[in-house]
Write a new protein. Sequence first.
Length: 277
Amino acid sequence: MLQARLGSQSILPLPAQPQDRLQRPRLAHRLCQTAGQSKLLIEVHNNDHAEGQVTDQSHDLWLPLYRLNMPADGRLRLRYDCQNVSTTGVELDLYLKFSDNSEPRLLPLDKIHERYVVLIAPARIGKVTATNDDLRLHEIGVHLRGSVLGDATPLLEISLFTTVPLRENTYTRQCSIDKIRFESRGEDEHAHSRLCWNYTDDGPEMQPYSDITGPFSDFLVAVDSVRIGRAHVLECMVSQGILERFAGKEVGVEVTGIGFDGRKLASTTSTLHFTSV
């Protein structure tokens, strides 16, 4: 069965490599839910030592999260939203690797127990000299220096990574959402209805662009002002409970399109008749 997957449009964190598990200690990541929000939790594992025991040995650990091939010519800006949850006193950095094989560029994360959003200035991910016009950003990851605790010690919660054009605040994309409707899917016992919609826009300029959803990364869908889901295609399944609740009624359905840089690009509300079930 065809299902909408975030991975079809987004670069997800790299899976941990099997050989990394032989390293002691090692950095690892996993998805977690905090206050209803999905976050990427960075942990340090050190099974060779008892839980909570600090060693005197200082380690230098690297964890690649994203492998990319993006221009580093000053036109893009990196934004990350994270919280340092470490209580071990280790030094944490994000690092950037470039196509010129230079030493990784470190972005210190030194605000212990504070949530912070950082916009990296173009000079930090852009050209270093006038001779590297073809410089590319190839990797983003986490770096740790210091002594570590026992197994599965949390270090960092990351809730957002995004790259946006430098002039994103001055660029206004002309796009809209229209033709919100129900369409039938499946046959016999698999027959059901889905909410569908179309979009219009001014084409792939300046911003990331999808052949399926155009300038939109995803869509927030609400029925009677209540959020029912997030879709990464131009349709959304509606639960049986929602269909039964509004059966035979005229109800407002709102679809909001979110851009790849996290901005709200368009929103439309239509009144639809929910067929009796």
